[in-house]
Design a protein around this ligand. Sequence first.
Ligand SMILES: *Cc1c(COP(=O)(O)O)cnc(C)c1O
Length: 382
Amino acid sequence: MKEISIINLQTQYKHIKKDIDKVIQKCLKHQQWILGPQVRELEEKIAQYLCVKHCISVASGSDALLLSLRALAIKLKKREFFNPDEKIITSPLTFTATGNAILKSGASPIFVDIDPTTYNLDTNKLEECFKKNSNVIGVIPVHLYGQACNMDRIKNLSQKYNLFVLEDVAQAFGGKWKNKKLGSLGDLGAFSFFPSKNLGGFGDGGMVATNSDELAQLIKILTKQGGENKNNAIHIGYNSRLDTLQAAVLLTKLKYVDSFNAKRRKITEMYNDRLSNIKNIATPHVPNKNCYHVYHQYTLRVLNNKRNALQKHLENNHIQTMIYYPIPLHKMKTFSGKPQQALPEAERACREILSLPIDPFLRDKEINYIANTCQKFSLKHP
Ligand SMILES: *Cc1c(COP(=O)(O)O)cnc(C)c1O
C-alpha cells in the first residue's frame, strides 16, 4: 500500500498545475529573477489579504523573525542589536527558529509554559513572568499548529507592561482572531512560506507584516545589506529576499489558501469524530470561539506513555506522523546556560503529542484508514 504522508505536495501540485506552470513560464520569459514584478505584487496582495499597511518579503520565516527584532532594536533602543539584559518572552513549544531569532537579535529568551489545551503561551503565566522580570521588552506569541493565541489578553498585557508584540505566524497563514487575520494584530507578524506551511512555496521564503511605516522602512533596509541603497549601508544588514519565482508560485497558491484551510478544518472534524472515543487518545480541544483555527497540524495527545508505540504502529501501517516538537526549547543546549525554570506542561506535551497527516487533499477513505489503524492499536494496547 502507498504511504500516507503527513502532507502530499504532489497531489496539491497536480490540482493547480495549469496555473503554476503558466506563471513559471511568465518568469522564464521576463528573466527578472531578483525582485521581479511578482515580488511587489505578492507583497501588495498579502497586505490586502491581511488588512495591514505593509508587507515586506524576505528569504525565510527565520529571517522574518530576525529582521523584525533587529528593526525593533533600532527603533526602540537606537542600537543595532538588543543586549542580553533585554528579555523577550516566547513559548518553549515552537520551532527552534523562534528562539534563535531572539539570540541572534542580541536579547535573551525567557520561556513561559504553555496552556495544555491550546499548546500556546499560557497568558496567566505570561503575566506572572512580566511581574517578576523587570527588563522584559517584548513577547513573541506563536500561533502553534494554526491556532490563534489569545490576542486580546496578550495585547492588553503588552500595553500594561509596555512591550512589543511580534507574532510568529509561520504556522497560521489565514488564521484569525475575532475576524482579524493573524499577523495583523501585533506590532509585526512574521510568516514563513516553507513548502509544508499552509501557504508554501517551492523553496524557502518569508514575509513580515506591519502597520508601522518606520518598522517597514527599517526591515526593507535590512533586507538590502543595510542601506536604502545597497552601496551605502547605514545598518548591519543582510541579503534577504524572496525570489521572483517563489513570489510567482505563492501568488498562484494565495488564490487557493482559504479553500485549502477550509478543507483542513473539514478533515479535522472527521478525525475528531472518528478518534474521540479511542482509549489513550485525546483529540484536540475545541478552539476558543474567537479563533479561526487553520490546522497547520492535527495533533493528538497519546496518554499513558503510548505515544512512541502508536507512532511505530502507524509507521508499520504506512502512515507517516510527526512530533512537533520532541524537545522544548529550554532543554536545548543553545538556550541553556541561562537559568530556566521547569516548564512541566511543555515537557509533558513533548512526550505525548503526535501529529497525523493533514493535507487538503486527504481522502475520506484515508482518514478512515488512519482512524481504524489507531483503533486497532488501542485494542491491542489497552
Ligand atoms: C517554520 C517555522 C519558522 C521558520 O520558518 P522558516 O521559513 O523555516 O525559516 C518559525 N517559527 C515557526 C513556529 C515555524 O513553524
